[in-house]
Ligand binder design. Structure first.
Ligand SMILES: [Cu+2]
Length: 296
């Protein structure tokens, strides 16, 4: 009776496992994993993630393999007797302490290497100051006399308002488009200096593998170098709950070839000179946060 019940339970469990596997088979397997991204660092972070993942898989196979083998081989129905004399073994305890410590030390080596590369701000080709505001971003190309605000595109902004009569489904890239995208060259190491004018924001573009807080009175740094062949548009969002319109300050980055970027920069410089935009006129942060420091 008991056996029949257990068998039915096992059959049901196996059936549901197959149902889950069948549904996963229809899904895109790539969507289950972290994305590789388009920058040097994002690929390194992805590589580290996969290395540690496969180590964990190997550990899981060994541990569960031994466990399942023991459960099957030494089951009571096969006449196995529990060993009640073994209550403590110093040798075993030393072994199962040393092995995990060794594994953690081995994992720390590639991790520390990647972390050091993330913090390496040397050989930078372009510096861009990013300032978060409620609820927009300001980009200042340091030393290039170019700065501008980047806010949610008008059609998205209209569609998000109740009673606007605009159906969000008709708006392309709803809530993910801006009026002035950030433009950067591919293949150049770009340092972003992040700060904020009012509350804490966070600048995050998933394809770049980088996310960091933009804090009033502080300057945080990240660097990004997009692969030369990965031209295109990349999107992100503020990743810090910064207020009621937190969801309405997207980030759009257009990655251009160096020649296209130079042409864009020259056009922007001419346009801003004509409009009388002083190079540092928009640096409200300079007066708002005189004690700005580099956060280590
Ligand atoms: Cu924000």
């Amino acid at each position: 009776m008991k056996n029949a019940k257990a068998r039915r339970g096992l059959q049901a469990a196996v059936a549901s496992l197959f149902a889950v596997l069948a549904s996963v088979a229809h899904a895109d397997w790539g969507g289950l994993n972290m994305h590789e991204g388009v920058t040097i660092l994002s690929r390194k972070i992805y590589g580290l993630h996969m290395t540690i993942f496969w180590w964990c898989v190997a550990i899981g196979v060994v541990v569960f393999g031994v466990m399942i083998y023991s459960l099957v081989k030494f089951r009571k129905s096969q006449g196995a007797q529990a060993d009640t004399t073994l209550v403590h073994s110093t040798k075993v305890e030393i072994i199962w302490t040393i092995i995990p410590i060794g594994i953690l030390v081995l994992m720390a080596v590639p991790t520390a290497k990647t972390l050091i590369e993330i913090e390496d701000m040397g050989n930078v080709g372009l510096n861009i100051k990013v300032t978060g505001y409620q609820w927009k971003w300001e980009y200042e190309y340091l030393g290039q006399n170019v700065s501008f605000f980047s806010t949610l595109k008008r059609d998205s902004n209209l569609a998000r308002q109740l009673g606007s009569g605009v159906d969000p489904k008709t708006v392309p890239n709803y809530l993910l488009d801006v009026d002035n995208p950030l433009v950067v060259p591919a293949g150049t190491k770009i340092r972003f200096l992040l700060t904020a004018q009012d509350v804490i924001h966070a600048w995050w573009v998933p394809a770049f593998g980088m996310k960091k807080d933009a804090i009033p009175g502080y300057i945080n740094e990240i660097w990004v170098q997009v692969d030369a062949d990965k031209l295109g548009t990349y999107r992100g969002q503020c990743a810090e709950l910064c207020g009621q319109d937190h969801g309405f300050m997207p980030i759009v980055v257009e990655v251009k070839s160096p020649a296209e970027y130079d042409a864009w920069l020259r056009a922007k410089q001419a346009e801003q000179k004509l409009a009388g935009v002083a190079p540092n006129a928009t640096s409200a942060i300079a007066s708002a946060a005189p004690a700005a420091v580099i956060q280590q």
